[in-house]
Design a protein around this ligand. Structure first.
Ligand code: THG
Length: 366
């Protein structure tokens, strides 16, 4: 494949120097920024992620900051998740919808104070939607993208590595909570979260100039833990059922179709844009939904939605697929019509290399 030409629009990150020194082999573009996708091979990266600890440049998880007296009101306009119980120190996975209930993003919200939040976005320009709402409603709030770049530590040895750099207290952090920990004489926001099921942390690095010193300290401290540069891993995230906005779901889908109904309390999310539309669809439930699917045979990379059929009838699509070394099968994420989403249902997936037999699974693989 020809290369993608770099330019100012394709933003580098505060960690790009470290990523390149570590021998990154491939990038994708995410929020107009470089996101590494492979260092050794997807399979080798996968094995290492599940055995040791990796440092991930996820600066592309850009923050939309909401700051001011109306920040809380604006936050609740963005999501059908009821935010009234959210406290500083907490992170919430927060489906974000438009006036039709269509998914605009699936960010992690970070509550810094009653009047200050970060929305850690997936790959869509949510900033413009949030600024538009703030302007149209004359809200007393500043919305912008601060100089904050997440760096993730993921893998079974993430606790040991984090403890060496931030102190043992970091081990006590609960899932989706954050705290401030000292690094090099200043405080850093560290949360127990991240885009894998292997456990770990995300450090929200404030100020690009603090990026490489932290990167280097982590690599140094983790030498005997076999720490490596890594990145979100396609195979691991499909096994774990972690959704990818723009791939597995789009503005065409409601949170319920994405299996994110458990993060919605639309009835009490007063002020949420799209609330009426979501109340209507939540009443009867979705007629199609994301499902784990096992596919037979050799697979090409999934670069477009693969149609799923039952005989001549189209019943859905597969949007992410990969061969799993640990499970010895092809794992996949698809959206299936309710007539065909029950576990055990046999289907045909039309890959770009031809049809394959497939079966709906009960659960993701973890
Ligand atoms: N961390 C941060 N920002 C992000 C991501 C992240 N922004 C982009 C992208 N990832 C957003 N998408 C997701 C998808 C899944 C999760 C987080 C962000 C996730 N889900 C848990 C799960 O499915 O097991 C459940 C979370 C919960 O129970 O509350 O972690 O990774 N900063």
């Amino acid at each position: 494949m020809p290369m993608i030409s770099p330019s100012r629009r394709l933003r580098r990150t505060p960690f790009s120097a470290g990523v390149e020194a570590a021998g990154v082999k491939g990038y994708t573009v995410y929020n107009h920024m470089l996101l590494p996708t492979v260092f050794h091979s997807i399979e080798e990266d996968y094995r290492h992620l599940k055995a040791a600890v990796q440092v991930w440049d996820v600066a592309c998880e850009r923050q939309v900051e909401l700051r001011g007296p109306d920040a809380g009101r604006l936050m609740q306009m963005l999501t059908p998740r009821d935010l009234r119980g959210m406290l500083p120190g907490q992170c919430y996975y927060m489906p974000t919808v438009d006036e039709t209930g269509g998914m605009l993003n699936d960010p992690v919200a970070v509550k810094l104070a009653e009047d200050r939040y970060w929305v850690s976005i997936a790959d869509s320009d949510l900033l413009f939607w949030v600024k538009g709402l703030a302007y149209a409603w004359h809200l007393d709030v500043i919305v912008d993208e601060p100089d904050v770049s997440p760096l993730a530590l993921q893998g079974p040895k993430a606790d040991d590595l984090a403890a060496r750099v931030f102190g043992d207290a970091v081990r006590d952090l609960r899932f989706f909570r954050y705290g401030f920990f000292d690094f090099d004489g200043s405080q850093m926001l560290v949360a127990r979260s991240g885009y894998s099921k292997q456990g770990g942390f995300e450090i929200y690095v404030e100020g690009a100039e603090r990026g490489m010193p932290l990167w280097n300290a982590l690599m140094e401290a983790g030498r005997d833990l076999d720490v490596r540069a890594g990145c979100p891993n396609l195979i691991e995230r499909i096994e774990g059922g972690l959704l990818s906005y723009g791939n597995d779901m789009t503005r065409d889908n409601t949170p319920h179709e994405c299996g994110l109904g458990r993060f919605c309390s639309t009835q009490t999310a007063i002020g949420c844009v799209g609330r009426d539309a979501l109340l209507r669809v939540a009443k009867d439930g979705p007629t199609r939904q994301i499902r784990p699917i096992c596919i037979d045979g050799d697979l090409p990379p999934c670069l477009e939605a693969w149609p799923v059929t039952d005989g001549a009838k189209r019943v859905g699509q597969v949007t992410s697929a990969a061969s799993s070394p640990d499970f010895g099968i092809n794992v996949a994420i698809g959206m299936l019509r309710m007539t065909h989403w029950e576990a055990g249902t046999a289907l045909t997936v039309h890959t770009s290399d031809g049809p394959r037999n497939a079966v709906v699974q009960e659960e993701f693989w973890l």
